[in-house]
Design a protein around this ligand. Structure first.
Ligand SMILES: Nc1ncnc2c1ncn2[C@@H]1O[C@H](COP(=O)(O)OP(=O)(O)OP(=O)(O)O)[C@@H](O)[C@H]1O
Ligand code: SF4
Ligand SMILES: [Mg+2]
Length: 330
């Protein structure tokens, strides 16, 4: 049984202009001890689907339908008190910009010790000692000094490590990381990715890793969910996606072609996906990717494809999932 399973999740927002269907039938699963990479362009619903899991939605947002099964229990049916316990003990989250989550007026020690005091009933002294251990765990040098510092005294990479330490404090079964390395430079990014991989290996934590960067997914994910317009359009093991399998979604293909390669001379134009993601209030009829898809046919403009299994482990939402079948179209 998967640790977490999203089943046909619909999450909507009430706005003055109408109901924004940000997540429109998302299904994906996270296996125990594995990392699911969720990738897609801005606005595809990556964050909203992940925040639905913890019910951390903006005030105008709500889960309209679907199931979120965590160890077989449907989180959408829990009370606020039960959800509070899930957030503190079972599932943690880290965000792109740690400054929005760290309190500027408290020292690192004070913030990281909070979960130990609240959820594990430690004394302040016990918690402070545990904090030093956690900071060392996330490879912060001189943890005794850093523990006494305030967030603004730390570099971006250090703050992100502190966030990871906080998120792991309760030894969660699932860690949701929403673009945790986007604001960091490439070297620090690589260090944080390695750190997360090591923590997964050591503690067996499952991870949902959200990013718009397929290059990052390649470094961290075991399985991949590709999202477009509030839906998953392809789900497969990372090996299948990156090894150039027989089947794929044209959107995944476009994302793959837009990964910069070291061998690509800088003046060569990358084969990026033309056009832009449609506005959620103006979604096209038929396949939502059709206006940007170079293989679109008449059928694509009128009918919406379902997610289909092309193998035991790969699912694709396209009428022509076999690459060969779509040559020569349009
Ligand atoms: N509070 C809100 N009210 C109305 N619409 C919202 C709200 N929050 C998010 N949305 C819309 O939901 C859609 C999905 O947003 P989401 O934040 O999940 O995208 P994302 O894939 O995480 O993008 P990014 O890569 O930019 O973080 C977007 O069209 C966004 O505008
Ligand atoms: S269904 Fe048609 S438009 Fe949609 S991705 Fe497949 S080929 Fe492209
Ligand atoms: Mg996001």
């Amino acid at each position: 049984m998967a640790l977490l399973e999203l089943k046909d999740l619909h999450t909507f927002f009430r706005t003055k202009k109408g109901i924004v269907k940000a997540v429109n039938g998302v299904s994906y699963s996270v296996e125990a001890g594995r990392t699911l990479g969720v990738v897609g362009e801005s606005g595809s619903g990556k964050s909203v689907s992940a925040m639905s899991i913890l019910q951390l939605l903006d005030g105008n947002g709500y889960i309209d339908s679907g199931e979120i099964l965590f160890e077989g229990r449907d989180l959408t049916k829990l009370t606020e008190k039960e959800m509070y316990s899930v957030r503190g003990n079972d599932i943690s989250v880290i965000f792109q910009e740690p400054m929005t989550s760290l309190n500027p007026v408290f020292t690192v020690s004070r913030q990281v010790s909070e979960p130990f005091i609240i959820h594990q009933g430690m004394t302040k002294k016990q918690a402070a000692a545990k904090v030093i251990e956690m900071l060392a765990d996330v490879k912060i040098a001189n943890p005794h000094i850093v523990a006494k510092q305030y967030p603004h005294q730390l570099s971006g990479g250090m703050r992100q490590r502190v966030m990871i330490a906080m998120a792991l404090a309760c030894k969660p079964k699932l860690l949701i990381a929403d673009e945790p390395t986007t604001a960091l430079d490439v070297t620090i990014q690589a260090q944080i990715l390695k750190l997360m991989n090591d923590l997964k290996e050591e503690h067996g934590t499952s991870i949902i890793f959200i990013t718009h960067d397929l290059g990052v997914i390649r470094q961290i994910a075991d399985d991949v969910a590709v999202m477009y317009c509030g839906q998953v359009v392809e789900m497969a093991p990372a090996g299948t996606i990156f090894m150039g399998a027989e089947f794929s979604h044209p959107y995944t293909e476009g994302l793959m072609n837009s990964i910069p390669r070291l061998s690509t001379p800088t003046h060569t134009r990358l084969d990026a996906i033309p056009g832009a993601v449609p506005h959620p209030l103006k979604l096209p009829k038929g396949c939502k990717f059709a206006p940007r898809c170079k293989y679109a046919t008449e059928r694509c403009l009128n009918e919406e494809p379902e997610m289909i299994h092309v193998s035991e482990t790969q699912q694709v939402r396209c009428f022509y999932p076999r690459k060969e079948d779509r040559h020569g179209k349009k």
